[in-house]
Write a protein that binds this ligand. Structure first.
Ligand SMILES: *[C@@H]1O[C@H](CO)[C@@H](O)[C@H](O)[C@H]1NC(C)=O
Ligand SMILES: *[C@@H]1O[C@H](CO)[C@@H](O)[C@H](O)[C@H]1NC(C)=O
Ligand SMILES: *[C@@H]1O[C@H](CO)[C@@H](O)[C@H](O)[C@H]1NC(C)=O
Ligand SMILES: *[C@@H]1O[C@H](CO)[C@@H](O)[C@H](O)[C@H]1NC(C)=O
Ligand SMILES: *[C@@H]1O[C@H](CO)[C@@H](O)[C@H](O)[C@H]1NC(C)=O
Ligand SMILES: *[C@@H]1O[C@H](CO)[C@@H](O)[C@H](O)[C@H]1NC(C)=O
Ligand SMILES: *[C@@H]1O[C@H](CO)[C@@H](O)[C@H](O)[C@H]1NC(C)=O
Ligand SMILES: *[C@@H]1O[C@H](CO)[C@@H](O)[C@H](O)[C@H]1NC(C)=O
Ligand SMILES: *[C@@H]1O[C@H](CO)[C@@H](O)[C@H](O)[C@H]1NC(C)=O
Ligand SMILES: [Cu+2]
Length: 457
């Protein structure tokens, strides 16, 4: 009897586990020729594709990705937004969780999906290779649990990006050498295409054919290197339902503001007239993206990428030839900080029974982290072209990161010496109040108490 019960339980457990699948992918990193803005260059791609292949998975699945490096330079791949509980070795940032994959080398990533649902993405994590080495991860709810909205008719990935005519690794290498800001991009892209507003780009403009009355799920990813971006579609509101692989309280908006690395799932209701004769010539609507950039005096790419939403003519199933240009969405001005913050303030966890907000409420220790952009001094023997003839350097609590010779995760686990600076390890003694009025003095005092230089890594 006991045995039977056990078997029965085991059977149930077994069937639960069966729903989580194991998936396999092969990514070959290679140089591939692409032409944009009338100029051709070799870019790094996965399997020759830009943007790269989409990974389709369900909540709880495990994905193995064999990455073969057939390019001429080191590379790693990061699975952006995947928590990977107790699985740090597959996270991907080079020299943080692994040494890079050398040319001719191979590395197998094990990606363990846990609570994530919605859209995430993957991208290279070496120099600026992520500009072209990136793609979407679609994560569906597990079987039996439902999407808390009516199922969309179709899904459309919308990957925002940034394009340089120059080689991207040369752009960042030059900036690191001179200490100045990297050169700004020549275009933004939507699914790899700059769109109608740029020279030589009309032909390739990304187009989506929609049917009146249907609902579409846009899986929006900001894959740009440097810029926060506004995004919107002319004549249509968007309903924001998820961000970064989790549900939020849905809200309708005319525009979104999305930061680099962020993802958003948006419902698009194709509710504009397509049969109406007098509006038939306006069966095309631009979706557009352009930057939110408010830093005074900092140069940025102020151009706009577009794609086209095209309504199917329901009688002929073909779209009538359009005579006028598509409508352009109304987006906030580039420097409209109020519009940017008003949008982000609306992002709130769904916090329902099925999608609780499990935020720890008991705090054991408060940690203050100051993120800063600094200018380091240079001199005649080491001239720089950053602001005030200095060198730009970012820091956390006044410590900048320098790539070590071995990744810090290996150094930590195998206690390899001389990788961490002396006081980088988990010392709880020093508490710098970086937001205090006398932070420099407080730091100096605590440094003395600490017994010397903060090493960084
Ligand atoms: C490439 O990565 C290897 C470690 O995997 C490292 O030893 C080598 O210095 C790297 N090469 C370059 C050019 O960064
Ligand atoms: C960056 O821009 C400057 C000025 O236009 C140009 O001289 C330089 O070649 C550019 N660098 C790269 C790596 O394209
Ligand atoms: C497009 O090409 C024209 C003519 O060659 C040039 O004057 C213009 O600056 C170009 N526009 C952009 C955005 O590159
Ligand atoms: C047809 O389109 C015109 C122009 O957009 C609009 O004024 C009119 O109300 C539409 N008619 C119907 C039946 O939707
Ligand atoms: C972009 O910036 C350039 C240089 O500052 C300026 O000439 C141009 O008018 C701007 N374009 C737009 C669309 O704001
Ligand atoms: C944004 O830029 C415009 C024009 O360049 C300027 O008139 C306005 O004051 C700026 N707004 C803010 C909030 O900085
Ligand atoms: C110039 O700067 C370099 C790098 O910061 C430093 O190593 C060197 O000592 C400095 N030289 C002088 C004369 O200050
Ligand atoms: C840091 O200093 C500020 C300003 O004096 C103060 O408001 C804040 O409470 C301090 N923070 C901590 C953690 O001591
Ligand atoms: C940050 O570090 C620099 C040099 O290491 C030092 O001169 C400066 O005072 C520090 N800044 C703060 C706020 O402690
Ligand atoms: Cu990332």
């Amino acid at each position: 009897m006991k045995m039977l019960v056990l078997l029965f339980l085991y059977g149930l457990l077994g069937s639960c586990l069966v729903s989580a699948k194991t998936l396999h992918h092969k990514f070959v990193i290679k140089e591939t020729k692409y032409t944009r803005l009338c100029s051709t260059k070799d870019i790094l791609t996965v399997n020759g594709q830009f943007p790269g292949p989409t990974i389709y998975a369900s909540k709880g699945d495990t994905i193995f990705v064999d990455v073969y490096n057939s390019a001429g330079s080191n590379i790693t791949i990061h699975w952006h937004g995947v928590d990977q509980p107790r699985n740090p070795w597959s996270d991907g940032p080079e020299y943080i969780t692994q040494c890079p994959i050398r040319p001719g080398g191979k590395f197998t990533y094990k990606i363990i999906l846990s609570e994530e649902v919605g859209t995430l993405w993957w991208h290279a994590h070496s120099a600026w290779d992520r500009a072209t080495v990136h793609g979407a991860i679609f994560i569906y709810p597990e079987k039996g649990s439902s999407f808390p909205y009516s199922a969309p008719y179709k899904e459309i990935p919308i990957i925002l990006g940034e394009w340089w005519k120059a080689d991207v690794d040369q752009v960042i290498a030059e900036a690191l050498r001179t200490g100045a800001d990297p050169n700004i991009s020549d275009a933004y892209t939507i699914n790899g295409q700059p769109g109608d507003l740029y020279n030589c780009s009309k032909q390739g403009t990304f187009k989506v054919l929609v049917e009146h009355g249907k609902t579409y799920l846009l899986r929006l990813i900001n894959g740009a290197i440097n810029n926060e971006l506004f995004f919107g579609i002319a004549g249509h509101k968007l309903r924001v339902v998820r961000t970064d692989g989790g549900y939020i309280k849905p809200f309708d908006t005319n525009y979104v503001m999305i930061t680099p690395g962020q993802t958003m799932d948006l419902l698009l209701f194709a509710n504009q007239q397509s049969l109406n004769k007098s509006s038939a010539k306006n069966n095309r609507y631009y979706m557009a993206t352009r930057p939110y950039a408010s830093a005074d005096g900092v140069e940025y790419d102020n151009s706009s990428a577009t794609a086209i939403i095209l309504y199917k003519n329901q009688r002929s199933k073909l779209s009538p030839p359009s005579t006028s240009s598509p409508l352009f969405p109304v987006l906030p001005a580039d420097n409209d900080t109020n519009a940017a913050t008003a949008f982000t303030a609306k992002l709130r966890s769904l916090d329902s029974k099925d999608h609780p907000a499990d935020v720890p409420k008991d705090i054991d220790e408060r940690v203050i982290i100051t993120i800063a952009m600094n200018i380091l001094p240079c001199n005649d023997s080491d001239p720089c072209s950053g602001p005030f003839s200095g060198r730009l350097a970012s820091s956390l609590n006044n410590i900048s990161f320098q790539s070590p010779v071995i990744d810090i995760l290996d150094a930590y686990y195998h206690q390899i010496p001389n990788v961490y600076g002396k006081s980088f390890h988990l010392s709880h003694r020093s508490t710098h109040n970086f937001t205090g009025e006398d932070s420099a003095k407080a730091l100096a005092d605590s440094k003395e108490a600490d017994g010397g230089e903060d090493g960084g890594v």
